[in-house]
Design a protein around this ligand. Structure first.
Ligand code: NAD
Length: 459
């Protein structure tokens, strides 16, 4: 994953180096030198902060837990990115996710930089009291570098509004008299969080897909039909037809995207398969997504895992191995679980011609290249899953203004912002030979480079 981001930043800059209309004031050697500086600025984080949180567990043992906060780039505003509690967290992963945040915010014109945090724990192995202590220590250890105008964390895998509430409260204790509501986002609504934040990523993921496969093509049908662009051909082959969809991951992002697909008035979708960390469920007539969501709410987020549980809740589906989902004969595959799910070991078995990345980096570099060359249209993470950070931005604004929007207003603002990005990206993408991911990177890198140049930071 690390190499992929580096590589695409490099290729995006090469494309811009060739384009004389981009930064035309720079010519010859100064131009080449500036681009070299850009590679170095964008491929390395500004700060890697590391610490060992000293925690006394309830059984009296004292443990030291590794914790990170990586601040990649703040050209566009305060660092912004989630804090992940997971056993597989490591410095490289946190750094790369921080870099993706820089690019995601630049792409969607969110006035934040990129950051990310991580703590190496399996949160299921700690009591709520211990987790509360871990959250407090995290804020204590990194208190100087966090803050409303400096670095604003949010939830990620293994953390939720509960942890953000605890962290903001600790921040407030450490910094009395300072503004604190904007120091963390993804908080509970009663504690200054935004309505709609929980659904924002899943809704944005589905909106991106629907906008491309319905609104954009509808408005550009003749032009798209005449285009000899590989990806335009893939899109047109699916336009106006009922679409079958499989969704990997049925948590915050996956279940909301599944419900949006199920309820969509614009596309005739059938969500035929969903999976979680245990199983895949399949029904060729389409799954009853509201019933599955209701089931997960009473079962700690898990889908029904056997025939008895399905029968008891009158849900029609067959139970299969979890990873079979990826290789289903469907039109569209939504990936909303973890990194590196499509890789050289399974890329040749993927049948879907449309892939939407709800998770961050769910397709490895090799698989991305292989599938893209084959004309599979991959809607990348930085384009599709930005709903969470966009509504986090609205939460931050509401915290500063102490004035709050309704849920309808939030979703209207979210869709307006995403639509603005899509209307900028899609016309270029369906003309260019580059895959959509590279197109998005070029756009984000262009924005960051122009600002760095105008701020006199490129020599
Ligand atoms: P979550 O913990 O709510 O849900 C994850 C889901 O994936 C669960 O249903 C889990 O059972 C399932 N899962 C785990 N391993 C699996 C496997 N091998 N196969 C199939 N399913 C599996 O997490 P989430 O908030 O929905 O996040 C999902 C992904 O989206 C993560 O990569 C996260 O970084 C990314 N993301 C989330 C947000 C957000 O706002 N929540 C924003 C941007 C990106």
């Amino acid at each position: 994953m690390e190499k992929k981001t580096e590589d695409i930043i490099g290729r995006s800059l090469n494309a811009l180096l060739e384009d004389e209309t981009f930064l035309p004031d720079l010519q010859g050697n100064p131009r080449r030198q500036a681009f070299k500086s850009l590679v170095s600025i964008l491929s390395t984080p500004n700060h890697i902060n590391k610490s060992f949180l000293r925690i006394a567990l309830e059984n009296g043992t004292v443990v030291r837990i590794p914790a990170f906060r990586v601040q990649h780039n703040n050209t566009l505003g305060p660092y912004k990115g989630g804090i992940r509690f997971h056993e597989s967290v490591n410095e490289d992963e946190v750094s790369n996710l921080a870099k993706l945040m820089t690019l995601k915010n630049a792409l969607h014109e969110v006035p934040f930089g990129g950051g990310k945090g991580g703590v190496i724990i399996n949160p299921r192995e700690y009591s709520p009291k211990e987790l509360n202590l871990i959250c407090k220590k995290y804020v204590q250890y990194f208190s100087d570098i966090l803050g409303t105008e400096k670095d604003i964390p949010a939830p990620d895998v293994g953390t939720s509004e509960r942890e953000m509430d605890w962290m903001m409260a600790e921040y407030k204790t450490i910094h009395p008299g300072q503004t604190y509501r904007g120091s963390f986002t993804g908080k509970s609504v009663i504690n200054g969080g935004s309505l709609g934040r929980r659904e924002a990523t899943g809704k944005g993921v589905y909106f991106t897909f629907r906008y491309m496969m319905h609104n954009f093509i509808k408005n550009n049908e003749t032009w798209m039909e005449d285009s000899d662009n590989l990806f335009a051909r893939t899109a047109m082959q699916h336009y106006g037809r009922p679409l079958t969809i499989a969704i990997q991951g049925f948590g915050n992002v996956g279940s909301v995207a599944a419900l949006q697909a199920y309820q969509c008035d614009y596309l005739q979708n059938k969500v035929v398969a969903v999976s979680d960390h245990n199983v895949m469920l399949y029904n060729s007539d389409g799954l009853d997504i509201p019933a599955l969501i209701e089931y997960t709410m009473d079962h700690e987020g898990d889908l029904p895992a056997d025939e008895e549980a399905l029968a008891e809740h009158a849900i029609k589906a067959t139970v299969h191995d979890r990873d079979d989902l990826l290789e289903q004969e469907v039109d569209a595959l939504f990936l909303a679980a973890l990194e590196d799910q499509i890789h050289p070991g399974n890329m040749k078995n993927i049948k879907a011609r449309l892939i939407v990345e709800g998770a961050n980096a769910p397709v490895t570099e090799d698989a991305d290249e292989y599938l893209s060359e084959d004309g599979v249209l991959i809607v990348p993470d930085i384009l599709a899953n930005a709903g969470g950070v966009i509504v986090s931005y609205f939460e931050w604004m509401q915290g500063r203004e102490t004035q709050f929007y309704t849920e309808d207003q939030i979703f209207e603002l979210l869709y307006d912002k995403m639509q603005h990005t899509l209307d900028t990206i899609f016309p270029q993408f369906f003309k260019d030979p580059f895959p959509l991911r590279q197109n998005c990177y070029i756009h984000a890198v262009t924005k960051l480079s122009t600002i760095l140049y105008r701020q006199g930071k490129l020599f």
